[in-house]
Ligand binder design. Structure first.
Ligand code: GSH
Length: 232
């Protein structure tokens, strides 16, 4: 039984879900919805850094989403064919992580206009670089000669961008083709249609995260400090 423990939403667990999906590994989303549940989870010792997501697989309790996706890439041979491919996978996955961060933060912005402007700015920075690399590579993938974790995390990040900016890939045909190829992979296509795929993050998700972590809500939201734990 493979379990992925996180908030009730995509967030930093989503790239791992896509890597599980492309590997066609069945998993359960374990939802942490209260600060008490998070406190209990921390007491189990399963969170080495007190952070989620937590991936329980093959007797391991894994923290750090970057470690999870690489482990799953090795299991499913989505890490290229040699060390050179692997380092290119890592390089692209690193750039995608920077690119994806703006998508992760989109629901936390004061308005949709701000979120969309941020996403467009970030796409202008990275999109042409990804496009030029794919064009030069000539085989449609980010690294090596076949699909890898770099392609999967790129498509995962793009899935968020496309929900806010549906036309964003219209001027980058190589990225568009790669994205379609990844989302058409049987395991990914099945996952995206399943009830395990959480919806586009919205206010409910932002509130859930603040409540579970006992953090302030974004400043534009009413009663922003309502979840902050008072210690005196
Ligand atoms: N680099 C880590 C980041 C993990 C992270 O920041 N998790 C947040 C929730 S998204 C958390 O658990 N925060 C509580 C804490 O840091 O104590 C990863 O990608 O897994």
């Amino acid at each position: 039984m493979v379990e992925l423990t996180y908030f009730k939403g995509r967030g930093r667990a989503e790239s791992t879900r896509w890597m599980l999906a492309i590997n066609q590994i069945q998993f359960t989303n374990v939802q942490v919805t209260t600060p008490q549940e998070l406190a209990s989870l921390r007491l189990t010792g399963k969170l080495p850094f007190d952070q989620m997501p937590l991936l329980e697989i093959n007797g391991l309790c894994l923290s750090q989403s970057t470690a999870m996706i690489r482990y799953l890439a090795r299991l499913g041979e989505f890490y290229g064919d040699n060390d050179q491919d692997a380092v290119m996978c890592d390089m692209f996955a690193g750039a995608v992580a920077d690119f994806a961060e703006t998508g992760l933060q989109a629901a936390f912005q004061p308005t949709a206009e701000v979120a969309i402007a941020n996403l467009n700015d970030k796409f202008q920075k990275f999109g042409p670089k990804f496009e030029a690399h794919l064009a030069a590579n000539g085989n449609g993938v980010c690294a090596g000669s076949r699909l890898s974790l770099a392609d999967v995390v790129l498509a995962e990040a793009l899935s968020g961008y496309l929900e806010w900016c549906p036309a964003i890939l219209e001027t980058t045909p190589h990225i568009k083709a790669l994205n379609e190829r990844v989302v058409d992979q049987p395991g990914i296509a099945k996952y995206l249609k399943s009830t395990q795929r959480y919806p586009k993050p919205a206010t409910e998700y932002v509130v859930d995260v603040a409540r579970v972590l006992q953090r302030a809500l974004p400043g534009h939201m009413a009663d922003a400090n309502q979840f902050i734990l008072t210690t005196n």
